[in-house]
Design a protein around this ligand. Sequence first.
Ligand SMILES: NC(=O)c1ccc[n+]([C@@H]2O[C@H](COP(=O)([O-])OP(=O)(O)OC[C@H]3O[C@@H](n4cnc5c(N)ncnc54)[C@H](O)[C@@H]3O)[C@@H](O)[C@H]2O)c1
Length: 445
Amino acid sequence: MSNRLAQNLPGEATRLIQRFQSRAACVAVIGLGYVGLPLVCRLAEAGLRTIGLDIDRQKVAFLAQGNSYLSTVPRERVANGLAKGLVMSSDYARVRDADAIIVCVPTPLTPAREPDLQYVIGTLQSLLPHLRKGQLLSLESTTYPGTTEEVLRPRIEAAGLRVGHDFFLVFSPEREDPGNAQYATHNIPKVCGGSTPACLAVGVALYSTAIDTVVQVSSTRVAEMTKLLENVHRAVNIGLVNEMKVIADRMGMDIHEVIRAAATKPFGFVPYYPGPGLGGHCIPIDPFYLTWKAREYGVNTRFIELAGEINRAMPEWVVGKIAAALNERGKPIKGSRMLVLGIAYKKNVDDVRESPAAAIMELLRARGALLSYSDPHVPRFPKMREHHFDLESVALSAATLSAQDCVILVTDHDRFDFELIAAQSRLLVDTRGRYAAGTRNVVPA
Ligand SMILES: NC(=O)c1ccc[n+]([C@@H]2O[C@H](COP(=O)([O-])OP(=O)(O)OC[C@H]3O[C@@H](n4cnc5c(N)ncnc54)[C@H](O)[C@@H]3O)[C@@H](O)[C@H]2O)c1
């Protein structure tokens, strides 16, 4: 920090920055999910005192025994955190001891596809009685531009705290990519925007303790919008390549050959890959946070809507390909035995949130298919808000595969035996371009 900037900072800010730099500070992370759990472990590894807080008491008790319920966070990391003093708790009163509080709770959509901030507001309401002067609050949950200033700040100030003077507020979007072997919490650059310059200075000091690169932006709204641009960028490009897939299919071309050839261009082209539809907590949901907010400004988010429409149509398109392939073999969907390979929303993870596999299975079940699934990461079909299947994952064997009328590859986990699958399936519908065009019995979808 430059001397000039340090001189202009309120005393509480300077004191907090020094506490982070000397590692004397304590940080509470609220919401121990895919984002919060690896983050709190990372902060503990960086030498800070840490508290992991979640309203799910069962989860807290499980974690407090040195276990992990996420395949992407090894239990050793949790156990190491505990050994370094990490405290797991459901008691909000604990945050009084914290110098910084980081909020990583869900931000889903309502059934009408509008922002559902109930978890963010609920968390803040629970926090308010325990907040005090000399603390930093950072929101990491993905949300629309203006949430920090319009939803959080007025509530904090109504409690008598002065943001930028004796209390500090930042937005720092989460960029976790569960299952990514190359990038983990510490080496993914962290964007941070403050409510005031002093807030930003305090926020940067916090994240610099545990993350290699902190990228400063001019406001919390820019930080919120940055995350949305990243996710809209993916949603739109995946929508585009899914549309190209449908066109290439009609024209009798292999879209994957086209993408491979285009990707040889050394500039100006970034390959995206088509699939059975969008999944996960972020890409299918976050862009609609912006759509909702943009309406307030009289702006329509046409790219977002169009990409959403195309991507949401993919499960139906895949089912159309299955129906056509079965028809070629003189069979209807009704009464056909079908095995879905991979129900997680992306490869090598156990997360099924918004997975297109569930949408495909719903459509097939409605048409009378006899369904089963195999997923080495998801032993039992979990309870989902919109879908219910009373199924357990079946082990893959020559006998299981050859007993099916149709095998559908939805998520191409590395743990699948792809040779066995191709050798034993009478009809294999491949939604991931895993098999070369023209492979016997394989239909691309
Ligand atoms: N999962 C990802 O890969 C990812 C990536 C980027 C951004 N995000 C964003 O990060 C945020 C969190 O996502 P996640 O995937 O970690 O969610 P998650 O569902 O895995 O975890 C959220 C946790 O918050 C807890 N919780 C809910 N309300 C609470 C409350 N009032 N007090 C305390 N705990 C509470 C839940 O019990 C749960 O353990 C979302 O805004 C999401 O969009 C997620």
